[in-house]
Design a protein around this ligand. Structure first.
Ligand code: URA
Ligand code: SF4
Length: 208
């Protein structure tokens, strides 16, 4: 199983739109993650959105509902988007991996980071989204998305809020909204929330 098994490039070549790609991704078997997930979670938003926000993979709630960032991290992200003065219409929201990777826990399914192999297998779906949406900037949320694009040397704590060249596009890393939720105390959570909002304000001022 490899990216070569991913049907996305063929679909794009034949003129598929985002809706058709979304439906097709649900039938993807290019890596094994589809076996244990409820459904693929494709990006949401419109062709021509000027900002792409890119997360890691769907979480438990996203897996059940079939839409990106509709769980606890999504609520933090929604608030940060609004506070930064961004409009949902300006944004296309997606993940570097489309199926939820998890392991059984005592009470609920536990998130597992996707591996480099999963990210590589799923990359044609992201490339298809980039081709169709053609955003002016990709904002990577957290280490997985940032390193998937910019390489393993990229470091969100150091590089966030800066503009990087990547394959004829521009990338601005920032923290993942779930990092805000994981902050050890309310002061740290407030600081991280501020950082996320400030980076999104920077993106709005620079790209809209
Ligand atoms: N975390 C992500 O990275 N993406 C989602 O869609 C939800 C949680
Ligand atoms: Fe296909 Fe991506 Fe799902 Fe793997 S995670 S099966 S590559 S859509």
């Amino acid at each position: 199983m490899s990216a070569a098994d991913n049907p996305a490039p063929d679909l794009v070549a034949h003129g598929a739109d985002l809706e058709e790609l979304s439906v097709a991704s649900d039938g993807c078997t290019a890596c094994e993650l589809y076996l244990h997930a409820t459904q693929a979670v494709f990006g949401s938003g419109e062709t021509g959105a000027r900002i792409m926000l890119l997360g890691e993979q769907p979480g438990d709630e996203e897996d059940r509902k079939g839409a990106p960032f509709v769980g606890p991290a999504g609520r933090v992200l929604d608030e940060a988007i609004a506070e930064a003065g961004l409009d949902r219409g300006d944004i296309y929201l997606s993940n570097v991996v489309k199926h939820f990777r998890w392991k059984p826990g005592p009470k609920k399914r536990l998130h597992q980071k996707p591996s480099t192999r999963h990210i590589r297998a799923c990359r044609p779906w992201l490339d298809a989204e980039l081709t169709l949406v053609d955003p002016d900037v990709v904002v990577t949320l957290g280490a997985t998305a940032t390193q998937a694009l910019l390489g393993n040397e990229a470091k969100v704590t150091r590089d966030h809020g800066q503009v990087f060249d990547w394959e004829d596009r521009l990338v601005v890393p920032t923290i993942h909204p779930s990092a805000v939720l994981r902050g050890p105390d309310s002061e740290e959570r407030r600081r991280l929330r501020r950082l996320l909002v400030d980076d999104l304000v920077f993106v709005r001022e620079r790209f809209l």
